[in-house]
Design a protein around this ligand. Sequence first.
Ligand code: ATP
Ligand code: MN
Length: 467
Amino acid sequence: MDLRRVEIKDLFTEKAKTMVGSQVRVKGWVRTKRGNKNVAFIALNDGSTINNIQVVADVVNFDEELLKKITTGASLCVDGNLVESMGKGQNVEIQATRIELYGEADVNTFPLQKKGHSMEFLREIAHLRPRTNTFGAVLRIRHNMAFAIHKYFNDKGFFYWHSPLITASDCEGAGEMFQVTTLDQENLPRNEQGKIDYSQDFFGESTFLTVSGQLEGELGATSIGKIYTFGPTFRAENSNTPRHLAEFWMIEPEMAFYDIKDNMDLAEDFIKYLVRYALENCKDDVEFLNKMYDNTLIDRLNFVISHDFIRLGYTEAIDILLASGHKFDVQVKWGMDLQSEHERFLVEQHFKCPVILTDYPKEIKSFYMKQNDDGKTVRAMDVLFPQIGEIIGGSEREESYDKLLTRMKEIGMNLEHYQWYLDTRRFGTVPHSGFGLGFERLLLFVTGMTNIRDVIPFPRYPKNATF
Ligand code: ATP
Ligand code: MN
């Protein structure tokens, strides 16, 4: 009889009990093998779930050489009877009748021989780490969060908008951008002043990988109303922190006719939706991470979905930090860009709750943020989370052509480069708002991982782009 393969996740459903007594075929990688001279117990995993199916093989029925080669990491096809399990914590197991070995994993060289490797060690074998329980869980959650993001916005009538990855606008992260060029680096063309002649480059000007899809996203909002981007962004910032990557994914909704209050409401609802989605749809993986990695994870997730985020102004936050008497590495004073230590103090010690900070000094925020009447602050909003610090940065956008132009001149931007952006304010300008959520920062929160390099399959950071 030709057996149809079942995925291991399907053997952990209620329906699996109705399959007891039938023949099944599973395929996967060996997590562990133990046993004695009569029987071998093989824990098999195919990546579809955190759970392993137990395969029981009576030694007499199998070739001794074959059984020897079934070691941690080897890949198998197993046929057998699905039977009720005697063991604790599992409903069914497979009494093997036939085992085919797809690929061996040499016990002397397979790096994941034992359990409990450090995250640092696993980062060095990033090509194999998705085979571990922890990364399997993280990567399944990553998929589910990406899906939930599209679902959330689609259900709310947002349109998925593709901002370009290659851009000629270089303002936002000047000095932090990766250049894109086809010029011969050994033999750069020069103009009369001896400067590199970018008119000969592929696009006829110098170009970069985008640091954010927002400016182009605003064109979407001011035409088809409500859009979101969800794509990779690139920052050549040499910040070797556990919260920064050189290549990370960002979700940037942008909405016409939303003011900062609407923007905050959306951000809070969006994050709560995603956390709730993870709790409901990634239960096994979240529970695994809670058990093995961080036993306060589920409490933290439940806390976030059941509490209103605190909303307060930057100026009040500075007052709180100053009055706290807490000793910070970087001294607190009005006008400063808050460091992660300050953000985390507010969230973890003072309010013990996620915080949305608004109305930051204009000098430390981007040129496009709506200017307040005080002449000093802008209608920015950052969402600050426990363990993470800033998870979202956003604002109401300045919709006045004149104010925007004045600000851009003040900070010396190349206006010619941004005329396309300014034109959104020149013709039929509207109040509008948006924000950016760092996808990997969200994943840090939802998985309890502490280093951002551990929530993306191929982390890109200074001196690392191999695999
Ligand atoms: P930070 O101060 O933490 O560097 P930022 O102010 O540079 O953040 P924004 O430019 O507002 O961040 O980007 C929006 C969001 O993108 C941030 O709230 C954060 O979630 C995420 N983010 C920013 N830089 C990185 C990075 N290098 N790696 C991963 N995520 C990032
Ligand atoms: Mn930054």
